[in-house]
Every structure is written in C-alpha cells, then in structure tokens.
Design a protein. Sequence first.
Length: 541
Amino acid sequence: DAFVGPLVARMGAQLVLPRPVRLIPDIKHLSAGAQAWIRRMASDRTVRALAALLAIGLALRFFILRGIWLDEATSIHQATMPFGAMIKDLRNTDVHPPLYFSVLWATDRLFGDGALAMRIPSILAGCVAIPVAYVTGRDLWDRRTGLVAAAMASVAPILVWYSQEIRMYSMFMLFALLALWGQARALRTNRVSDWAIYVLASAALVWTEYFAVFQVIAQQAVFVGVAWRRHGERARRFAVLGVATFVILALVAPLVPFAWHQFMVNQNAGKGFGAPSQVGLAGVQSISVYTVLANLAWAVVGYHSATVMAAVVALWPVGILLALFLLGRRMTENTVAVLGSALVPAVLLLGVGMAKRNLFDVRYMSGVVVALLLLTARLITGGTRDRRFQVAACAMVIAILSLSLGDEQVNGSNPRLYDFAGALHAVLAQARPGDLLMYDPGDLGLVVSYYAPRVHSTTVPAPVSERATPGSEVFVLASPNLMNGSQPSQLGQLLSRLSGTDRAIGTIHRANVTVWVFRVPAPSSAAAPASAVAPSSGGRP
C-alpha cells in the first residue's frame, strides 16, 4: 500500500489519495455465499491466469517511455477547456466524435492535466480489453482460444501503444471487442441482454470514431447472413435485428448534425476530413500494395523502422497462405464473422483512402486490429488438436509480439515515435531570458506550450518583431515527418538565413525531432538584417 502512492507520484500523475489504499480487500464482512464465491474464483486456474495477464498488461501500459506528441497535446488542450467551449472547439476545428473527449474532460477535473493522469482513460481501456478478449475468444470458439487472445492482448504492440496515447483509439479497440463479444453471444442465444451488449458497443464505437461505422456495417451484414441461413428462425431473427438496428440508429442520430457540421467546416477550409500527413509512411502520397501491407503489419506487430517494415511486408505471401490453410481447416460461422469484421472495414477504408491518402491508416480501423488478434488466437488453437504444438505456437507468437513491443517503444527509427519532451527539456536546460524558440509545423505550439510554457516561442516563419535580441540564442525545433506542402522549403529558407547571419552553435537530435541552435550577434558584431526571418504567413504563435 505504501508503494503505490510514491510510484504514481514519481510517474507524473496528479492524483490525490485521501487515505491509504487497500490493494487486497477484506472479505470477512461479506456473506458466506459471497466469501465462497470469491474463494472459488481465487482458486480457479483461468481466473488466476487472467489476473496474471492483467497485471502484465497493466505494468506494460504504465511503463511509458515517450512524451506527448502533437495529437496528444491537442487532446489535452481541448480537455482543459470548459465543457461547452470544448464541444464548440470540436465542432469547429476537429474531425472526431465527442465521447472520448468528454471522458478526458472528466479525467482532467478529477486528476489534473499531467501526462500520466490524462492517459488514464486509454490505460484503463487497454487493460479492460484483456479480459474482454478472453470472453470474446471463449464465446466465439472455446476457453483455450480465449486465453491465447488475452495473452496476446496483454503484450500486442499496437494495443499497448494506443493504451499509452492520449487519443481515442484504445477505447475504439475496447468497444470493437465488446461489439464482437455481443455479436457472438447474440448469434448463439438471441437473448435481449446479449443484443444489448452488441447495440450499446456499436453505438459507442461510432461515438468514439466515425470510421467505426464500417465495423458496424460488417457486423450487420453477418447478422443478415446468419438470419437468412437459419430458415426455421428467419422471421424472428430478422425482427430482432430490425429492432437492434433501429436502436443503434436512434443512439447515433444525435451525432449526425455534429458530424455534418465538422465535415462542412473542414470542407469550407479546403481540408475535408483531414489527418496529419506523412505519419509513418513519409513521402508515400498514394495507395499502393506496400501501403496496404504496411498497415496490416502495423496492426499485428506495431510500428517499426522502414527497414524492419520492408522485411516484414516481404513475408506477406507466406503469412496469408499459412493463415488460409489453418483457418480453412476449421472455418466456422464465428470465424467467418470475425474475418468479415477484419476485411470489410479495411476494404471500405481503402476506398476512402483512394480519394484521400492520409485517411487509410491503421488508427482509423482499430477494430481490424482486435479482429486480427482474435483470428490469430484461433489460428493457434484451431490449426491442430496437438496441445504441445498449441503451447509452442502460442509461446512463439507471444515472444515475437514482446520483441516487437520492445523495439516499438525504444527504437528511435520508429517513424511514429516523437521525442518532443526530450528535445524541449534540452532547450529548457540551455535557454535564458531573451532567447527565442521557433517551431515547425505551427501545430506544435500546443506541445511547446505544454513542455516549455515560459520560453518565448513563435512559429516558422515568424514576424520580424519576434526576432531574438542581440546576444541571445535562437532555437529552431522541427519534425520533418509532420510537414507537408511548403513547410520544408520555409524551414530550409529560415535555416539558411540564420546560418548566414547568426553563429550556429549546435544541434539537438531526438527521435524524429531536431533542434538547431543559433546565437544572434552582439551589438558590436555585424547586425543581422531585418529580413533574417521570413515575414509571417499567418501561423499561430
């Protein structure tokens, strides 16, 4: 108990524990029946295994090595607004539904805006996904498949990654699992309670991420197909499906005008439903076979360097042949349903990506990630009845995922790993009053204000009046992976002009982040011309 408070405080969460926390509750005051149930659960091997997997998953999700990046800074900025102002900001400047941000808004009021505190919703969603993966695999196939799915969910790189990010994708994956679980139970029992799980999870999916509607479409198609095949129950199942569909539409209906307003605002601004470009596939501006396979590989083994991804993608024929062989040996109705939940959203988003390249990204089809996880678990347990082979295959998959997780978290070549925290801490250690920090792209202003609020900062390009005073230093912070359009040329022009008028005194390199440091000549030196910094193009300081 004495260990938890100091540990959480050291990790940066602004949490207040008003009284000692008892980790193991005292059950003596409970009824005899309740005590017997708790002891029975504690002695159950499956429960113990799930508890161990949950502990591992929780530890991995709390072991966060990276700081916040651009999207996370945006989430924090919005969550710290008054609720009405936050909703208005989402309607006018964002492209995501409000459910996750409402949860984050409440989190800020309870625990503050520390990085760990703001990650609590994602961490909790990622941890809850572990037992949900078990019950989903169990109800789709069997208990052994459920345990393999839970083991994979505890260490899967992409699940851990988004459990550590202040964005909605961890909740997306949890709701996707719950929707698949509800569907598996509804197909088997046709009970109202099981349909309720599916309906509520499906509505929550759309309220979390608009592209989740593709998974809802896929699952609805499965229900239609199953109802059509079961002749004796066809009328009843179609009637129940009709009611469930109506309830989903009723729950999602209030979101439609909100989403339409966001779309029109972004269309009028010439962006459409945009997304940060060159995030993980720098320089790739069109959909290709490599783009598709890279996103598939990300969904399975997480984010890695271009060299590693090229090697992984090159193995796709072997992987597809093996999967088709093993799954085809025992292709059940449930397997087809999960396969549809993996393929249909990916194909539909691929169609969207043909029109707007940046939208074909594994983040926007996070439900595909959990579907692939379940299919992989079934591939392990359904490929053969030999238990020794199943154990060996599971151990091999967990080892691969664990190694991939380690590389994803610490490899500086990971194109989605941005160490703005390290770069800005280095600037803070060197900056003095009168120094100037310039950043590119302009959206990094929220990251800068989070980590270095007291440093005088402005965008690239900046007005002449923002130029640092003689004798001071100019820090130019940039992340090429996040740039597009004319931004690289603007940064290059600025660095060229600073190099010609000021003295370059060093660079700071962090993962996908670079800071160039210049010293402005003192008055006795040749003064820099007024045009040393390009005029403002309207960037937000």
